[in-house]
Design a protein around this ligand. Structure first.
Ligand SMILES: [Mg+2]
Length: 368
């Protein structure tokens, strides 16, 4: 397939309710929406970078800049046989994985549409449906989180992930266990809010039967996490620290985690995400798919990836109505049963774009 044209759109989408993590509070989602065109077919993807560099070093504006100046010029006019070639083509560019991923993902969708297969099938996924959990932000009061947990339990989500930070951790987990019992599948995500000096506090997490504690220590660390994992019964799951299959290999060798969160954007696209999945599977490290407040297109990519066999734990890919009043895809991402999403069998991502909604949310557009 020859890459004829790429279109970028800067979208701004209001969240249904603000979401807070240890690094900030969001009420609007900014994202770059990418369309890649080849001989009448179009592939879609979206970037997951936030407007400010708090999760990683990329921002919505750096994604646009890197796509416009460095990535799209390398892709336009190229004749590709397989989407895996994109990673190699863009490999001279260091990091900027979210920018790379948004272009690479659109090429995967394009490839699948031209070939008449689903994205899940192209990746080698066999699952027809996936179990999903939900991610619950920090609130000013513990009671407000409890109300959110209750609401999502009622909606059927299969696992609750709560964001924690120092001062909003033990008392939150204590309250959740007291109210909902030990049967609830519960995990905590610290987004790097602690250091090894707080090991005594972190060891208290072992009392709450958590499925895992996600990224308790620094965003770029795998050494201290290995020290901590030896002292904790609760499995550590790495998120921010893992950008490449090499990072994953080193973390596994050091014993820095027992579970891995794979986010397509964080690791530079589907090709690398699959490589990390395969590596973890060989080492008996279960994986799950993390969320970044994706719109429907990003959700569809996550669902396709989650159809791979080592995604054995419910991920963060909730239904569209978790965050959005109206999604950019049709139909919206919705449960087929409580807590279960179907893996679409349609071509590519398996969802149509609602161009009216897309136009309404677009604040800037460029064609290359
Ligand atoms: Mg996380």
């Amino acid at each position: 397939m020859k890459i004829d044209r790429v279109e970028l759109r800067y979208l701004q989408v209001p969240l249904k309710a603000p979401f807070e993590t240890s690094f900030g509070r969001f009420s609007v989602k900014d994202c770059i929406f990418v369309s890649v065109h080849s001989e009448g077919a179009t592939g879609y993807a979206e970037s997951v970078a936030f407007p400010a560099p708090y999760y990683n070093e990329e921002t919505t504006e750096t994604v646009w800049h890197v796509l416009e100046r460095f990535l799209i010029p390398r892709l336009i006019g190229q004749e590709l046989e397989l989407p895996e070639e994109v990673s190699a083509l863009l490999s001279p560019i260091r990091r900027n994985y979210m920018a790379i991923s948004s272009l690479e993902g659109a090429v995967w969708d394009l490839y699948c549409k031209r070939k008449g297969i689903s994205l899940a099938e192209a990746l080698g996924g066999k699952k027809r449906e996936i179990d999903v959990g939900v991610s619950i932000g920090i609130e000013p009061e513990v009671d407000m989180v409890l109300r959110n947990v209750e609401r999502f339990v009622e909606q059927g989500y299969k696992r609750m992930k709560v964001k924690i930070k120092p001062g909003f951790d033990i008392r939150l987990l204590e309250a959740i266990r007291k109210r909902f019992g030990n049967e609830l599948l519960l995990m905590a995500d610290a987004n790097s809010a602690y250091t090894l000096e707080q090991i005594d506090l972190l060891k208290q997490l072992d009392d709450y039967d958590l499925m895992m504690i996600e990224q308790p220590l620094a965003h770029d660390d795998i050494v201290d996490h290995a020290v901590l994992q030896k002292r904790l019964r609760t499995p550590i799951c790495l998120d921010e620290s893992i950008h490449t299959a090499e990072d994953a290999r080193k973390a596994i060798e050091l014993g820095s985690c027992r579970i891995m969160n794979i986010k397509i954007g964080r690791v530079g696209g589907l090709t690398n995400a699959k490589a990390i999945h395969d590596l973890c599977m060989r080492h008996d490290i279960p994986v799950w798919c993390g969320g970044m407040f994706e719109l429907g297109v990003g959700r569809a990519h996550n669902i396709a990836l989650s159809s791979l066999p080592n995604f054995t734990m419910p991920g963060d890919t909730s239904a569209s109505d978790r965050y959005w009043t109206q999604d950019i895809v049709e139909p919206a991402v919705a449960f087929i049963r409580p807590g279960t999403l179907a893996v679409p069998s349609g071509h590519g991502i398996g969802y149509e774009i609602n161009h009216k909604v897309l136009d309404r949310l677009t604040v800037r557009k460029s064609i290359f």
